[in-house]
Design a protein around this ligand. Structure first.
Ligand code: WQD
Length: 351
């Protein structure tokens, strides 16, 4: 049973991916410093799979602590690297914190990949690397434009660092460029736990609907789109998770075309903010309290994926549609509201 090291395993996409890896016969360990997470989601993973995943509470910026994990686990055959800060707005206010955290962590990991001869590395990248695309949908060959934020710059630099490393080594990597991951595992035992007031659309919708946020804003309705609001490619987090398992198996089976293959992970459907809200209202039966506000600086007007490569090469089938994304997101928000473990944990209360 191949052992996979998942960094950021206590986080939203990390925990969902661990469920999928375990269900597909992999053995998993997690490395997560819990600076922006707790063990709560790994508890949910255990409820879903019956397996307890060990988390090493290690800051990947600490090389010696990171190396010790590899010394203790000589049988790691692959790494999926999620651990990174990812709030676009925060990255504008704290650029050095983002460059230090997101890049030093990756470089320390790759030093360990080198020393311990790890063969397979899957990197959590983002559609953010495309900036504001000239043509839609974006393919993996679409030009990489100037990043709209330091966060986006760390994803572009992360791709560069990884591409250069694997070209000079025997290791092989895959870059997975996510579009907008949303929703919760169908069991409703794991989901997104935003720290503080959510910046992202779907948690903002569900927290407004549940009453945590009195009223949300639609950031801009004067864009050149069909209804004036921004367009994104929302993709269920469990579909994103399964793509990681497929990507890892693709590397293990030596099917990669280059030392660093790239795949877009989106549905290929562009959905506007107002359309997303309408779908949520239909699915939940709730009337959402929102108002039409000004544009949010740095927002891309429209972006959605051409996902042919992932579908045809990784044999990736998308299981969940927008209604299911909204249904699971809403069911998770309702569960969180009742969960004492979360309510009393200061990490999840926002100011
Ligand atoms: C989507 C749309 C907002 C909140 C995110 C992550 C980024 C990357 C890509 C992983 C925009 C609008 C939002 C609200 C709103 N993910 N909105 N009111 O900006 O596409 O980027 O996905 O790498 O890390 O930030 O997603 O959900 O923040 O915004 O109107 O209260 O919803 O203006 O048009 P975004 P988002």
């Amino acid at each position: 049973m191949a052992k996979i090291l998942v960094t950021g395993g206590c986080g939203y996409i990390g925990a969902h991916t661990i469920v999928d890896l375990l269900e597909n016969g992999f053995d998993v360990i997690s490395v997560d410093d819990n600076s922006r997470s707790t063990k709560y989601l790994l508890d949910g993973v255990e409820k879903i799979t019956g397996k307890r995943v060990k988390n090493y509470k290690v800051d990947l910026k600490d090389y010696n602590d990171t190396r010790a994990v590899f010394q203790e686990n000589e049988d790691i055959s692959g790494i999926i690297h999620f651990a990174a800060y990812k709030a676009v707005g925060e990255s504008v206010e704290e650029p050095l914190m983002y460059f230090e955290n997101n890049l030093f962590s990756l470089i320390n990991l790759l030093k360990c990949v080198d020393e311990f001869n790890i063969s397979h590395f899957v990197f959590s990248s983002s559609c953010t690397v495309y900036g504001s695309p000239d043509t839609l949908p974006v393919t993996e060959q679409s030009p990489i434009k100037k990043a709209e934020s330091p966060y986006g710059a760390t994803k572009q630099m992360g791709e560069e660092i990884l591409t250069s490393y694997v070209a000079a080594s025997s290791a092989k990597a895959i870059l997975l460029r996510y579009f907008n991951p949303v929703g919760a595992h169908p069991s409703i035992l794991i989901g997104e736990l935003p720290l503080g007031k959510p910046a992202n659309l779907v948690p903002a919708i569900t927290q407004t609907a549940i009453g945590k946020i009195p009223e949300m804003q639609v950031w801009g309705t004067d864009y050149d789109t069909r209804d004036g609001s921004c367009i994104r490619d929302y993709i269920h987090v469990s579909d994103i998770a399964h793509a990681h398992t497929l990507a890892l198996q693709y590397l293990i089976d030596d099917n990669n075309k280059t030392s660093c293959d790239i795949f877009n992970l989106g549905t290929g459907n562009g959905v506007s903010v107002l359309e997303a809200i309408k779908t949520f209202e239909e699915v939940s039966g709730e009337k959402l309290n929102y108002k039409l506000g000004p544009r949010r600086p740095g927002d891309v007007v429209a972006i959605y994926a051409n996902n042919d490569l992932a579908k045809n090469t990784l044999r990736w089938d998308i299981k969940y549609d927008l209604k299911e994304m909204m249904r699971t997101a809403w069911a998770w928000e309702q569960k969180v509201k009742e969960d004492e473990t979360i309510i009393k944990n200061q990490k999840f209360l926002y100011n």
